[in-house]
Each structure stands twice: as structure tokens, then as C-alpha cells.
Design a protein. Structure first.
Length: 30
């Protein structure tokens, strides 16, 4: 689920996922 993915990436990258999901919605490969 998106929520779980965002939570994991948020903890891993410190919220850097916003750069990807916030703009295009495409998930980073990492």
C-alpha cells in the first residue's frame, strides 16, 4: 500500500520521498 511505502521511505530517507511521490507519484527504485 502507498501509505506503508511512504512510511518506510520516510523513515529511511528522512522524508525525501516527497521529492518523488509529491510531484509525479512515481516511486523511487530505492
Amino acid at each position: 500500500p502507498e501509505e506503508v511505502f511512504c512510511e518506510l521511505v520516510n523513515r529511511h530517507n528522512g522524508g525525501d520521498y516527497h521529492k518523488f511521490t509529491g510531484k509525479t507519484g512515481i516511486r523511487p527504485v530505492d
